[in-house]
Design a protein around this ligand. Structure first.
Ligand SMILES: *Cc1c(COP(=O)(O)O)cnc(C)c1O
Ligand SMILES: [Zn+2]
Length: 418
């Protein structure tokens, strides 16, 4: 918080004091999403290469001096962030790029990258004296908020669309949140949560609206840079729903550029599902967002009306990046590849990023010499049912060694199974 200069409206540019608690621009309303602006001159004095060398904190809070919370209770929060970045040699060869790094954010405490936003949300709410915090979500933001709120002793009110996968609902229930399953889709859940937040004065964790969520999510980019000794990749590939995550990825690299720790911002590739691609269409026709249907099995990125369009479109535009779409078949294929080749079980929305990287390479958007980092945003255990029907079932056999031998001879064709 010490290096925050002020807040600026992404729509009209109005500035608000750092002590303001507005979540959106009072002049523009809900669309006036705020940006946290830092004083990089003072930040630079504290945050340099030596700071990172001597920092022993192994969580997202190692970046506290680059964030918009005081963080007095950061030590009490769940262990969010500092997730592994795997150097994937075999997969890099297969998809024909120079380097492929996989950032596995599915290992976060509640199983997704959303923890980076929820952890900062609950601290911010607590610092502003709130005891109740609410959000609407397709699932991961909800379970993440519920877990992180439980840890800090706040009460979470969660609004989910009725199609939310049962694994995610079970997780919410276990974290003791008040869960409202709204008859309708994500839009309906979002609108009811908004009305409730206004009526009851709860703290609002809706990712699109709350400017601090991007500040939490940007830590994924800070980690990728640091884990590569600030020799950042050429491309960073991430799946996009509301657009908060990709906005965070850009902001993280932007901060490091201002601090002089990196020399350029990687080109950011936003991946959407073919059946729900509002950003891809908006980018193709001058930035005008048109509401679209939500037809994809990747439920975490099935967002027909993205709530953070400015920051998402800016991330791709300013980084000279790209938007790509992938089909559900490509997503399932990428899930299998991540699992079988790398031992990473990703949920469909999280595998979409690898599918996007493969597509972008095949289409020549990403070149052969490129070093790319792919962000795996969530754990497959969250929603095994959706993908189950598309993945190969186990082989049924009688308890008989000869039957097993016959089967293995057929599938593995190995002499030692003769
Ligand atoms: C939320 C989410 C995304 C997309 O993030 P947005 O901020 O909505 O764009 C991608 N993957 C997973 C697993 C998610 O939970
Ligand atoms: Zn404004």
């Amino acid at each position: 918080m010490e290096h925050v200069s002020h807040y600026a409206c992404t729509l009209c540019g109005a500035a608000y004091e750092k002590t303001s608690t507005h979540l959106t621009c009072p002049a523009c309303g809900e669309k006036g999403i705020l940006d946290v602006i830092y004083d990089y001159d003072t930040m630079r004095k504290q945050v340099d290469a030596a700071y990172f060398d001597s920092c022993t904190e192994r969580s997202m809070w190692r970046y506290l001096p680059l964030m918009s919370v005081s963080g007095d209770r950061a030590g009490e929060s769940l262990a969010v962030g500092w997730t592994p970045l795997y150097d994937s040699l075999r997969l890099a060869g297969e998809i024909d790029v120079a380097k492929l790094y996989l950032k596995d954010d599915g290992v976060n405490p509640t199983g997704s990258l959303k923890d980076r936003a929820s952890a900062i949300a609950v601290l911010k709410a607590d610092e502003e004296g709130h005891r109740n915090i609410a959000c609407s979500s397709t699932g991961n933001a909800a379970s993440s908020l519920a877990g992180n709120a439980a840890r800090l002793g706040l009460e979470a009110f969660i609004f989910v669309p009725e199609r939310a996968p049962s694994g995610k609902l079970t997780q919410l229930a276990a974290y003791g949140a008040e869960v409202i399953s709204v008859e309708g889709d994500y839009k309906d859940a979002f609108n009811l949560s908004k009305a409730a937040i206004e009526t009851f004065g709860w703290y609002n964790r809706n990712a699109a609206i709350n400017p601090h969520m991007v500040e939490g999510k940007k830590t994924v980019a800070l980690e990728i840079a640091e884990q590569l000794a600030f020799d950042v990749p050429d491309y960073v590939v991430v799946s996009v729903g509301d657009g908060c995550t990709i906005g965070g990825v850009y902001k993280g690299f932007y901060d490091l550029l201002q601090l002089g720790l990196i020399e350029r911002i990687p080109r950011i590739v936003g991946v959407q599902a073919e059946g729900c691609r509002p950003f891809v269409d908006a980018a193709a026709c001058g930035g005008e967002l048109i509401e679209c249907e939500e037809r994809t099995l990747a439920d975490s990125i099935a967002v027909g009306i993205p709530r953070n369009p400015k920051k998402a479109l800016r991330a791709v535009r300013e980084s000279d990046g790209e938007w790509v779409t992938v089909t559900d078949e490509e997503i399932i294929q990428a899930m299998q590849t991540l699992g079988a080749r790398e031992g990473i079980f990703a949920e469909p929305a999280a595998a979409a990023s690898l599918a996007g990287a493969i597509r972008a390479r095949r289409d020549g958007v990403i070149d052969k010499a490129a070093r790319i980092a792919v962000i795996v945003t969530g754990n497959g255990l969250k929603d095994p049912d959706t993908a189950k029907t598309k993945l190969p079932p186990p082989t049924k056999l009688p308890p008989d060694l000869d039957a097993l031998k016959a089967h293995l001879k057929h599938t593995h064709d190995k002499e030692d199974t003769e």
